[in-house]
Structures are given as C-alpha cells and as structure tokens.
Ligand binder design. Structure first.
Ligand SMILES: *Cc1c(COP(=O)(O)O)cnc(C)c1O
Length: 418
C-alpha cells in the first residue's frame, strides 16, 4: 500500500566504485565476500581498509612523481595503527599532528628522522616529547621557539625545526582552505624574517619550511600553481634563514572524487611540475629535500564503511533503510564534516540473494537526528534487513573524525584486510 510508486531500474550513478569487485551483488573486499568478512569481523558496523589498494596507490604516485620528491603520509587522515604501520613501510615519512599521533607513528616503527610534527596548538609537553623523540617540529608560532630551545638544553639534544609558513595566497578550488589571509596555521610569510633570526639566535637546528595551502583539490592546475608559488616564496624566505634550507615541504591537497561529476586527479601535470621545481631547487637550494604530504589521497579510496540494515521502512512513498551505523562513525559521509552542501558518498547494498532490482532508498542510522543520513534517495539494490549497506571512499576522515560517543551506540571496529 505504502510502497513507492515508481521503482527506477537504471544503473546506480556511481556505485559500486571500480576499485572493488562485485560478484552476484556482493562486494569483494580484501579478496573476501563481504558477508564472510562481516562474520570474520564479528560485528557491524566496521571499516575495512584494503592493503593491496593502499600499496597500489603509493606505487601509482611513485610512478607519476619524480623520484627526488619525498612522499609523506599525513596520518590524521587515518590513524589506525595497522594502517600507519603499513604506510610507514611504503612512504618516506609520517606527518603527525599531536603527541598521540607521534606515539602511534613511533610504535609503528616509523623512523623519527622522517617524522614531522605540525599543529597550531602544541602544548609544551608535546614540544619536549618531539625533541626527546628526535622528530622535526613544524613551528607554527614564535611561542614554540623558546620552549624548544629549553627542551634542547635540558635534554642535550638538537631541536630540529622547520617553519610553517602561512602564505599570502591560497590553493584555488580546495575543499578546505588552509592558507591565505588571516589563519591560525603557520606564521604569516611577511612576519617570518625576525622569527628566522630568532631561530638562529636560540641555536635551534633549522631545516627549512613547511607550506600547506589546502585540501581535497581535484584540479591539477591549481595544485601546480600553488606548488610553484610555495617554491617561490620559500626561495625568498631562504634569504633570511640562519642556514641552508634542507627540507622543503610543499604541502599536498590532492583530492579524491566523491560525488557524481567529479573525476580523479590527473597526476601527470603535477609530476611534470614537480620535476621542474626539482630542477630549479637543485640549483637554487641545492641541499633542499622536496617533500609532499598527503593524507586523504593515499588512503581515502582504499576504505569502505559497512553497516547492516536493521529495518526497511516506507514513509509516504520513500524507502528508508535503517542501519546500525551512521554519522557517529562516519561524520563525513553524513555531510557534516566540512561540506557546504550535503551530497551522497558513493554507496551500495551488498546482498547474497543475487538481487538485481534497484529501488530508490535512503540509508539512515540509528541516531535520533535527521542529520544521521548516509545516503539520500540513491538507487540501490532492493534491500532487506540483514543486508549490508556500504559507503565507499571511506578510508580517510572516518572513524577518528566522527563523534563516536554521541548517543552511546557501540564503537566501530576497523580492520586492515587483503
Ligand atoms: C590535514 C593535513 C594534511 C592532510 O590533508 P589531506 O587533504 O588529507 O591530504 C596534510 N598536511 C597538513 C599540515 C594537514 O593539516
């Protein structure tokens, strides 16, 4: 009676994602049928990250970028210890944003010489932990300098520093802008010369500069332009530096496609651009190691969020699949993590009945708020309770970026598979 009047039969807009295979309506993750993986995990909801996809992504980047450019993983995108452990063995360095992340990186076996620590509000104890660990501190405020100098003196260890610069430009077309204009990140470019003098005066071990202009950018041209401008700016600032620049982090911002109409970032022009910058740097800053730091791009496409359908309700003609997971585990997919307009992440219903009919359905969670929406009126395989509802592009800014305590539902489990 209450069934929806029109049942679309056209293909889903962009699900399933092509990096994962589907067999008879069931998603394959890490070489396993999703229903079996769910049994192995022992509960839903869970996140699964595919080891082979993570390795393939790093290999693809290595092939596209000049070998002189070092690749760092910004672990805030996915701090699961097993993922950090895997990434530590694949990339050239790990970027941490707190002493908590620093612990995970060190536990994972990352080389402290290749760890850098950024963040606008580092506590004194965190700065001392950084010095004691021997990692590079990306200084974001002149306030950090005397604390680092004191730690260096007390411990008899060098305080390795790079200065994070707030450039006077922004990364065009970014999902999240993190430079240009007034910002809490880094030190304004025009205010840096006296800070550089202070670094020298305090006897800190100056290594170079860190620039990070923005996030989630799918336009190669904008990324190239920002990298070019970052390089020019660093070259200018190097003139005021107490010693030669040995480390130049040009940021990242590489995005992944989430929504219909978005296409994957074209790496070729970025590789060519970095090649050009590398050639200039070899002459103009011969000691500088060039670094790019990526979070989302490295891990985002390798992960899925898996929930189980608890109920299928029809309200005034609209189908609602009520699942055991939601925004408390996956804030980003609900559209409440930085998005201006809510759009659906790619999603699918994975089922074992060989169901081929599609219906328009909304996937919601168990929370008592209309914000708890994982998919809004998407064309999905006709689902029944017990089926699995999957959100793709979920390897970055998932579990750790979500308010798990909200409403007191069980915690999500994370597994690294394949
Ligand atoms: C968040 C962040 C990153 C990672 O950004 P992605 O968009 O996930 O690649 C890198 N560097 C800094 C300084 C960051 O704050």
């Amino acid at each position: 009676m209450n069934e929806p009047s029109s049942v679309p039969r056209r293909a889903p807009v962009h699900a399933p994602m092509s990096q994962f295979a589907v067999e008879n309506g069931e998603l394959i993750v890490g070489g396993q049928r999703l229903s079996v993986l769910a049994e192995r995990v022992g509960q839903t909801p869970f996140y699964a990250y595919d080891r082979a996809l993570l390795k393939a992504r790093v290999a693809q980047l290595r092939a596209a970028l000049p070998s002189a450019v070092k690749l760092h993983y910004a672990m805030k995108a996915n701090p699961m210890p097993a993922v950090v452990g895997l990434m530590a063995g694949l990339v050239d360095g790990i970027d941490v944003a707190s002493a908590g992340e620093l612990k995970v990186a060190l536990d994972a076996g990352a080389d402290p010489a290749e760890i850098s620590f950024a963040g606008p509000g580092k506590r004194d104890i965190e700065l001392r932990q950084a010095v004691a660990s021997g990692v590079l501190v990306n200084v974001e405020s002149a306030r950090e300098l005397p604390v680092l100098a004191r730690a260096s003196q007390d411990l008899g260890l060098p305080a390795r520093v790079a200065l994070r610069v707030n450039p006077d430009f922004e990364l065009k077309g970014s999902g999240m802008k993190m430079s240009g204009g007034p910002k809490q990140f880094g030190i304004d470019a025009e205010a840096l010369p006296p800070v550089l003098a202070e670094v020298g005066r305090l006897g800190l071990d100056f290594e170079g500069f860190h620039l990070f202009a923005g996030s989630q950018n799918l336009k190669a041209e904008s990324i190239c332009e920002a990298q070019q401008k970052c390089y020019e700016l660093a070259l200018r600032l190097a003139q005021s530096a107490p010693s030669a620049v040995r480390f130049l982090n040009l940021g990242g911002g590489f995005g992944i496609p989430y929504f219909p109409g978005e296409t994957a970032l074209d790496l070729a022009p970025i590789g060519a651009n970095l090649q050009g910058i590398g050639e200039r740097a070899a002459k103009e800053m011969p000691q500088a190691e060039l670094v790019i730091e990526l979070g989302r791009y490295l891990v985002g496409e390798a992960g899925v969020y898996v929930t189980r359908v608890l109920d299928r309700k029809v309200s005034r003609g609209q189908v609602f699949l009520v699942t055991d997971g939601g925004l408390h585990h996956h804030l980003s997919a609900s559209g409440n993590f930085g998005q201006v307009i809510r759009k659906n992440y790619p999603a699918m219903v994975s089922q074992t009945r060989g169901e081929t009919a599609l219906e328009s359905a909304s996937v919601v969670g168990p929370l008592c708020t209309p914000l708890d929406l994982l998919a809004d009126k998407m064309d999905l395989a006709a689902a029944q309770p017990g089926d699995l509802a999957v959100v793709f592009q979920s390897g970055a800014y998932g579990a750790s970026a979500s308010p798990q305590g909200f409403l007191g539902h069980p915690a999500v489990v994370e597994v690294l598979v394949g």
